[in-house]
Structure formats: C-alpha cells, structure tokens
Design a protein around this ligand. Sequence first.
Ligand SMILES: *Cc1c(COP(=O)(O)O)cnc(C)c1O
Length: 394
Amino acid sequence: MTVRAGREFLAIPGPTTMPDQVLQAMHRPALDIYSTEMVELTEGLLRDLSKLFATQGKSYIYIANGHGAWEATLSNVLSRGDKVLVLESGRFAIGWGQAAAAMGADVEVLKGDWRRAIRPAEVEERLRRDKEHTIKAILAVQVDTASGAYNDIEAIGRAIKAAGHPALFMVDTVASLGCTPFEMDKWYIDVAMSGSQKGLMTPPGLGFVAANDRAWEAHKKADLRTPYWDWTEREGSEHYRKYAGTAPVHLLFALREAINMIHAEGLENAFERHRLLGEAVRRAVSAWAEGQVLGFNITEPAERSNTVTTVTVKGADPAAIQRYAKEKCGVVLGTGIGDLQGQAFRIAHMGHVNAPMVLGTLGVIEVALAALKIPHGRGGVDAAVQWLGENVKA
Ligand SMILES: *Cc1c(COP(=O)(O)O)cnc(C)c1O
C-alpha cells in the first residue's frame, strides 16, 4: 500500500518545483528572434537580473547550467597561470575551483570544513600574507547546497577590503538568488553568477553572470576568453550576439514569468518567506535530533541556510528514508553528496515553496521515521507549526 498519487513533489535542491504559470508561459510559438518583441524581452531580463544581483554592472544570460556559468565567469577574467583562491565550505566552491584548474589557473584552496561556513578572519589573514598580490580571484558560494552552509558574503567582502587586496571577488548564488538578500555592489563583489533552476523557479538551462567595472578591466587582459562565453562578443550591437546564436526563447518566456512572480510577491517578501520556512524546517530537525540519529550537518545555527537543510543520519540508512518518502508518499528528498554520501539527506526549501509544501514534506519525513522505526524526538512537525503560528502574524 502507498499513499502516493498524483504529482510527485520535488524537495530536492534543483531542479525545484516550477510554478504552473512558469510552465504555461512556455506553451506558445517561438518569437521571430529579430523582432522588437525579442529585443525587448532580452533587455527587460538583463535589467531585472542586474536588479536581482543588486548591481549597476552588466548581466549576461548563457544557455547553460551552473557549471557553464562557472566557466563563463572564469574564462572572461582570468589568464593561464593566474592564481585563484577557493574558499571551502562544502562541495560547490571546490567544483568551481576544479573548473578553474582544468582551464589552466593555479588554484589554492583555503581549507574549510564541511560542517561550517567560511571564516572571514581566515580569508583576511591569507590575503594579508599575499604581499605580492599574486592572487587574482577569490571564489566563494553564498549557499553550499551540499553542506547546507550559508556564508556571510558581506563579511567576506569586508575582510577582503580590510586586507587591502585587489583580487576579484567572485560569488556563486545558484542556491540563493531570489531567496536570500544579495548585494553585489554593496558587498564589494566583482562577479556573481547563478542558474535558472533553483530559487528562480525556471527550467534548468539558463546561467546568469553579472560583472562590474573591475571585472571588465580584468576581462580586457584575460587570455582564457573563448567566443561563446566572451562578454565583449555579447556587447555587439546586433541582438543575436547577446546569446552568441539563437536565443533560448522558451526558457526566456519562463524566466520572464518567474521574475514577474517574484516582483508581484516583492523580493523582500520572498526573502522573508524563505527565512520563515527555513526556520520551520530547522525547528522540526531540532526536535527529531533529540533521538540522537538525525542531526544538522552545519553545527552553528547562524550558518544554516534558508534554502536547503542538510540532515545527517547516524546509525540508520538515509537512503531508506528517501526511498520511503518517494515510493510510499511521493516526496523526493535530496541525497547526501560529496563527503556526506550515504550519511545524510537534504531538504530543499527554495524557490516556489509555501507552508503546505514544507509542512507536508516534514510530515512525510516524520511518517518515514515512524514506519522505519528510526529513533527520533517527537513533535518535529508540531514545532514547525508552532514557529509559523507565532511568526506569520494574523
Ligand atoms: C546546483 C549548484 C551548482 C551547479 O549548478 P548546475 O546547474 O547543476 O550546473 C553550482 N553551485 C551551487 C551553489 C549549486 O547549488
């Protein structure tokens, strides 16, 4: 017997649930890619992406996932042999750094830990030791989707400034843009990137990059540039060059609708919704953790992200919980990846999420824990309900 029927619910950190309006926005013929309507669609999206990144700088749209957008950032500003400092807080900045190494950069990892966020003081200390300014770029993620860490990018930006270091500060917001405050210009960020399929509720396939004037100065000398990613190529007067070829028309229709939805809700409200729902998840996990089997991967509460929660499982099989949730109840939880493979599951709460989705997901996890007889503190869902009841004012 199962209690699943109808639409399966994706509680994985990407691709996330796409709103019906976003799906429906694609159900129309393509545009003439030389039409005014096409040009205006692109211009509006580029303007709105720069607003989402909170920058006066320029934005670029690539037909690519996040890995593609990583290559876009690196190839536009780096030259072969340039030194890059990667700030570790889990898996994703490391992956970005591996791409940089494969492209010919000299990559150093500032050792972090899978269980905590980046320490800004350690960044400052490392940069102060680089008296010759050999480090050309610093890579960090705002949210590490594997560990569940939330990095204080503002504090890291201040640490870089305090060290008086000129390296470009490059930030990955794939698992946070549109969900968590992000201030590219105010936080001294030179290059930011993101993807369509997580907080932005759009099908996978679009990558976004924003660059400021400092990044553009580096771009002029960069020798890793290649035609598809190249910003200069994309600044040509013909609209066609904005995509280095045919525009991904339908994905752009979807993105337009998703950004319209964010505007209708209000970006600040979207941030607050993520904060409230993220804390609801944490309240539940805290209750379950009393059973000594489940726990938070990120030890410091302030370093837990509002978009994904990584739950460690000791003495039981996380895959059994995931299997039960999916096969019996129709909820797909994220898998533990990287260092946490086989030792964790992840609950995504980013993008198109609301109270019933989150409470339903938490409820299904509690059902799985009961069915599998996994020891856990009682009342996880109740704690989440109490939190929302106290904080979502009547
Ligand atoms: C998902 C993710 C990526 C990679 O994006 P893909 O679209 O899967 O290539 C990069 N960084 C972070 C923080 C992510 O969550």
